[in-house]
Write a protein that binds this ligand. Sequence first.
Ligand code: NAD
Ligand code: DAU
Length: 339
Amino acid sequence: MNIIVTGGAGFIGSNFIFYEMKNHPEDRIICLDSLTYAGNLSTLKPVLDKPNFRFVKESITDREAVERLFEEEKPDIVVNFAAESHVDRSIVNPDIFLETNIHGTTILMDACRKYGIRRFHQVSTDEVYGDLPLDRPDLFFHEDTPLHTSSPYSSSKASADLFVLAYHRTFGLPVTISRCSNNYGPYQFPEKLIPLMFINALNDKPLPVYGEGKNVRDWLYVEDHCRAIDLIMRKGRDGEVYNVGGHNEMHNIDIVKLICDALGKPYSLITHVEDRKGHDRRYAIDPTKIHNELGWLPETKFADGIRMTIDWYKTHENWWKPIISGEYQNYYQKMYGNR
Ligand code: NAD
Ligand code: DAU
């Protein structure tokens, strides 16, 4: 099969490409990524020269470029990871979130309709459900929990989900949607909680915890998410939404302390800063449906996953240092120009 993976130079998309190429070497992967600040071609170095891999630097918002690619590759499956993914950035500049996350998704689906497709899979998020109160541990997000977004980011993702379901109902497009909780693992951009705290702690810099740090996130190792997407896109039912999560809820402050402990750094680095505007309190996913229908369960215990992640960041300074310094942007222009 020909599989177009959009956003494959980012965190989850690159891990997904590695997962697919290892577990389905018979398939051909075409990565479509515009290489925004969050995309990093060096991440894909191990697969760039493989015969069943192609990298295309284009935007999902460029209709002509998308159609050209569909014409050339006649994809069987399209998996859409491409997005502006950071909540804080969406608070500063919502516009690009509408453009990429909503319009980019409809442009991809229009191409799917035009050229025919076996499956369009939309990678969505638990943030579309809004948040849960901290004092109701009995509550979880189910697939039929009403969408109730808080940030421009989650609103753009929820809008995209509604368009995906509308394209299914109105045009009969074969679609699936996964809504996953917070991922962690290798290649996560250092603006996100875990890599940011790791890098700051390593450098004895303040660790900026929003508010009291009592907000709760439900953490899942990225490879478990990739395996879930693989199952859904191949075996999930058309028009269905699947929640993905590991029943692994943690307060932010405990994650930050755990990183301090792992690096032998003092908690005095922790600095409570102004809270994120509209900050969601608790995310908690009920993954019963994907378990019952597709047999999916998370395989990586948090203790193991976080150790592997911290080890990875310790041993891959060559990946994150250039990003921090901005050196990567210069390098990319020099090496690849407009590739
Ligand atoms: P990321 O920010 O690390 O990567 C996003 C990728 O998309 C980058 O490679 C970027 O260059 C690319 N991109 C952005 N705009 C593009 C455009 N117009 N055309 C083509 N490519 C473009 O994001 P991530 O954390 O890997 O998240 C991937 C997807 O998973 C997103 O859709 C996000 O909403 C969803 N998601 C993320 C998490 C999480 O915890 N990170 C959890 C659930 C769902
Ligand atoms: O739940 C899935 C979502 O998880 C994805 O859809 C998003 O793309 C992804 O970015 C992530 O969103 P969060 O906002 O939960 O992730 P982030 O790493 O930005 O923040 C995690 C928590 O840590 C959140 O409660 C805010 C807090 N935080 C974050 C940063 C960057 C801090 O306290 N300090 C920080 O510096």
